[in-house]
Design a protein around this ligand. Structure first.
Ligand SMILES: [Zn+2]
Length: 252
C-alpha cells in the first residue's frame, strides 16, 4: 500500500471501519512508514483535542419530535461519520497549520532523522541485509553508490583504528535517498548515513533510541547520522578520527 492510499484510509482505520484484510495492510504500512505514522499521530491528537474541546448541549424536548418527523420524510441513508464532514477538515487545516508553525519555530529535524536511521539500521541487522555492495575497498563501494545516488558520498575505508568497511547500501530517509556506509569493529556494526546538506544542515546531537546510540552532525559535503551500539567513548573516537580524515582529505 502506498502513502497516498494510507492517507485515504486513515480516518476509516481510526473509526474501525476497514475490513480486516485492509486493516492489516494499513497496520503493516504504518509499522514501516514514519511519515504515515506521524500523520496518524496528528489525526489522533486532533481527535483527542476536538473531543475534549466540544461541550455537551442539552436539546430542547420538542427537537426530538421534530427530528423524528423529518427523518420519516427523507429516505434512509447512512449517517456520515463526524470525520466525513467537510468542515472538520477546515478545522484540521487550522490545527495542522498551528502545529507546522510550531515546528518551524522550534524544529527538531535531528530527532526525526535519528529515528528513521535507527529503523534502517535495526532492519538491516534483523534481515541480515547489511550491505548491497560488499567490499572493504572504497574503490569498489564508491562507484556503486554514486551510480545509484545523485551525489558522490565521501568514502573513508578505515575511519578509526580497528574499524573496517563492510560495504554500502542505499537507504531512504525522509523520502530522500542516502548513502549508508557499514563498518565493523569486532562484532559491533556501525551504520553511517550521509547525504548532501542541500535542504538543511543537521546540528550536532546525540541521543539513545531503542537501545542504539545515535549521533548527528554535518560538514560542507554531508549530513551524517551514525547509529551503533558502541559505548559513548568508542563513538566519540570514531567520530573524531572520521572528521580528521575528512578534513585532511584522506578519503575517496
Ligand atoms: Zn507511508
Amino acid at each position: 500500500m502506498k502513502c497516498e492510499e494510507i492517507r485515504h484510509f486513515i480516518d476509516a482505520y481510526l473509526d474501525g471501519e476497514l475490513d480486516s484484510a485492509r486493516q492489516i495492510e494499513v497496520e503493516q504500512h504504518l509499522a514501516d512508514c514514519p511519515s504515515c505514522r506521524s500523520l496518524l499521530e496528528e489525526r489522533q491528537a486532533f481527535r483527542a483535542f476536538f473531543v475534549a474541546a466540544v461541550s455537551d448541549y442539552k436539546a430542547p424536548p420538542q427537537l426530538e419530535t421534530k427530528v423524528l418527523a423529518a427523518l420519516r420524510r427523507v429516505p434512509t441513508r447512512r449517517k456520515p461519520s463526524l470525520w466525513q464532514q467537510p468542515w472538520i477538515y477546515a478545522t484540521a487545516v487550522v490545527a495542522l497549520s498551528v502545529c507546522l508553525a510550531l515546528r518551524i519555530l522550534f524544529p527538531d529535524p535531528e530527532k526525526e532523522f535519528a529515528r528513521q536511521a535507527v529503523l534502517r539500521h535495526s532492519s538491516s541487522l534483523s534481515t541480515s541485509h547489511l550491505v548491497e555492495v560488499a567490499s572493504p575497498n572504497p574503490v569498489i563501494v564508491k562507484p556503486w553508490l554514486t551510480a545509484r545516488l545523485d551525489f558522490a558520498p565521501p568514502l573513508v575505508g578505515s575511519p578509526a583504528a580497528g574499524y573496517s568497511l563492510v560495504g554500502g547500501r542505499v537507504d531512504k530517509i525522509e523520502n530522500r535517498s542516502v548513502a549508508t556506509l557499514v563498518y565493523k569493529h569486532g562484532k559491533d556494526v556501525v551504520s553511517l548515513f550521509c547525504w548532501p546538506p542541500d535542504k538543511e544542515h543537521l546540528s550536532p546531537s546525540e541521543r539513545s533510541i531503542e537501545g542504539y546510540r545515535v549521533s548527528t552532525w554535518s560538514n560542507a559535503q554531508c549530513n551524517y547520522v551514525l547509529v551503533s551500539k558502541l559505548s559513548d567513548k568508542a563513538m566519540h573516537d570514531f567520530m573524531d578520527s572520521f572528521r580528521v580524515q575528512i578534513q585532511s582529505g584522506a578519503y575517496l
